[in-house]
Design a protein around this ligand. Sequence first.
Ligand code: ATP
Ligand code: MG
Length: 248
Amino acid sequence: MEDCINKLEQALGVKTLHSEKRFSRRNNVYFVEAMTTGNRTQMYIIKENINESTGNEVFLLNALKKQGIMVPDVIWHDNSIIVMPYIQGVLLADLLVDLEVEEEFWIGEFVKWLHKLHRFMNINSRVGLCMSDLNLRNFIFDGQKFFGLDFESVCFYPPERDLGGICAFILNNDPMFVNWKYRICNSLIRAYENIPSGDGCTTKLDREAIWFYLIEEMKAAAGRREGQRQYLNTKIEELSYSSFFGDD
Ligand SMILES: Nc1ncnc2c1ncn2[C@@H]1O[C@H](COP(=O)(O)OP(=O)(O)OP(=O)(O)O)[C@@H](O)[C@H]1O
Ligand SMILES: [Mg+2]
């Protein structure tokens, strides 16, 4: 941590007031509050990549920002760390259980963000850039707009991959598999379909494909989470296409 803070102070000429580690499975992520040369306090996130250089993520963050897709600015970076502004908001993981933000509003904003990502660098009308890691801690809502946070592992797929993936994370995050989450997943899919593309058309999603990717992500979660493996595998057996989509 000290190394990262030193780099931040040297690169930006700021003085750290307070710092703390934030939850990250793969890397080291630090929240830093610092005093600028103009005597203002600024909040930063330092992401220290453990497994690979920051090059790809920095490239993507800059390219997405240029395209008007909401992501944190890259303030400074080297091969191992990215310094960005701290975005004040609620992680999607917490938003799901936060009854203060109107559901229809945040779902609408979330799918708009995802749709923009999918249309950026799209290869054809079906295949585009996908988030790949749809962990609910990779999205933050500032009260008006969503920001995507984590671009270490993107891929090119049809949009159904991200929609299946996000539905799996919604269902298998705590509280797991509660009834209202099935409704949220269906609202999210329908809201995505209602977004007009550049040509004025909307996207008809292939529900069979969403279902396929949902189950794939559930299986991947069962593989990763040893403690929940048995429960998740039972749920995978129990879940059915018709009960998930209901009378959608
Ligand atoms: N710019 C930011 N503003 C506010 N919070 C942020 C920002 N960047 C990251 N975070 C916080 O740090 C956490 C980890 O960030 P990120 O997902 O980019 O790192 P990661 O190493 O890929 O983590 P993981 O392996 O857990 O997915 C996020 O879930 C979020 O809580
Ligand atoms: Mg992450």
